[in-house]
Design a protein around this ligand. Structure first.
Ligand SMILES: CC(C)(COP(=O)(O)OP(=O)(O)OC[C@H]1O[C@@H](n2cnc3c(N)ncnc32)[C@H](O)[C@@H]1OP(=O)(O)O)[C@@H](O)C(=O)NCCC(=O)NCCS
Length: 314
């Protein structure tokens, strides 16, 4: 265990979060997996604010390499201040130092929380007003809004009847089955080629759950679709995808339904579709509705580079 970790453990982060935001569960095991086991985890970016030895605030950052070979991006992955210590510039001082360290590691921009593939939120939850104001005040600009959607698992799913769904897939020669540990190599290879490294990472996490938390579709011996849950957070669904050629066959609905049924069997009362992409698909075909809205924000710190690009966004 390094010094930084010894000074700030995930157990302390979990306790701080529980005090800071009692409405959202963020247990130690989630923080360990999302932050400490992040392949880019850098303990020199784990910062603590203490008062009389007590942890009153913390910020965690990470640097992600640019897949295109450019300068990396920096992310704030976690930030919380204990309620009794708010509005005393604790977060400001933590972020001053974290941004300074990120810049010293050569990042060209700093973003808040959307540190895919290992992230806690797809951005700043817009209901966290203080956090939104804090980042705005520090010069972070809005890039986009992202959404989580929810599906009530205590009620019958708003999907076509099972017989209809399965007959259509049988006619197309498509088999849907639960992921198996031995799928890791070939599925991982297909995921990387077809869907990129972020989703490949998230599917890998779900595949290693016991039992694997997801389903895949095979046609003529080839992977053509997948859906997973419990990858990012317990009860969070996604990612999921169907190869373009097979879209419109009902396969996407079947993959979602299989996951939602599995989640209900494991005792979940709700599925949170994380960072939902095709929102109308989830709403119309599965009765999902928007549950959380996140602002993705960014501060460009590499001014020279930005000027050279004529101010165009990256
Ligand atoms: C967001 C949070 C970390 C801010 O911590 P803090 O130590 O109180 O923040 P600071 O004192 O450094 O505030 C700096 C600036 O942020 C803005 N700000 C902070 N809290 C605010 C509030 N309640 N309303 C409006 N603006 C606020 C202000 O501009 C403030 O400057 P000012 O006090 O001079 O007006 C804290 O409220 C918190 O822990 N919230 C819950 C966790 C959270 O939302 N984390 C982000 C996860 S998405």
């Amino acid at each position: 265990m390094s010094d930084a970790q010894a000074q700030l453990g995930v157990d302390q982060l979990a306790a701080l979060w529980e005090e800071a935001v009692p409405g959202e569960r963020l247990p130690e095991e989630v923080l360990r997996e999302r932050l400490l086991e992040d392949p880019d985890c850098d303990l020199s970016l784990w910062l603590a604010a203490r008062h009389g030895g007590r942890l009153v605030g913390a910020a965690v950052g990470v640097v992600r390499p640019d897949p295109a070979g450019g300068k990396p991006a920096g992310y704030v992955q976690f930030l919380a201040v204990a309620p009794a210590f708010r509005r005393q510039k604790v977060a400001s001082r933590l972020l001053d130092e974290l941004e300074r360290r990120l810049v010293s590691k050569g990042v060209r921009a700093i973003r808040a929380f959307d540190s895919a593939p290992s992230y806690l939120w797809p951005g700043i939850d817009v209901q966290f007003t203080p956090a939104l104001c804090l980042f705005e005040r520090r010069g972070y600009a809005l890039r986009s809004y992202e959404f989580n959607m929810k599906v009530d698992l205590t009620r019958p799913l708003a999907a076509p009847p099972e017989k209809e769904r399965r007959e259509a897939l049988e006619r197309a020669g498509i088999a849907v089955r639960r992921l198996r540990p031995e799928d890791e190599a070939s599925l991982g290879d297909w995921m990387l080629r077809t869907w990129g490294p972020h989703w490949a990472y998230e599917v890998g996490v779900a595949l290693r759950r016991q039992p694997p938390a997801g389903f895949a579709a095979v046609q003529d011996g080839q992977w053509i679709g997948f859906a997973v849950y419990d990858s990012g957070r317990p009860g969070w669904f996604g990612p999921m995808g169907v190869e373009p050629r097979w879209q419109g066959t009902g396969l996407g609905i079947e993959l979602c339904v299989r996951c939602f049924e599995d989640m209900a069997q494991r005792g979940y009362t709700e599925a949170q579709i994380a960072w939902a992409g095709p929102r109308c698909f989830y709403a119309r075909k599965l009765g999902a509705s928007i549950s959380r809205v996140f602002a993705r924000v960014e501060k460009v710190v590499d001014v020279a580079d930005e000027e050279q690009r004529g101010g165009r966004p990256a």
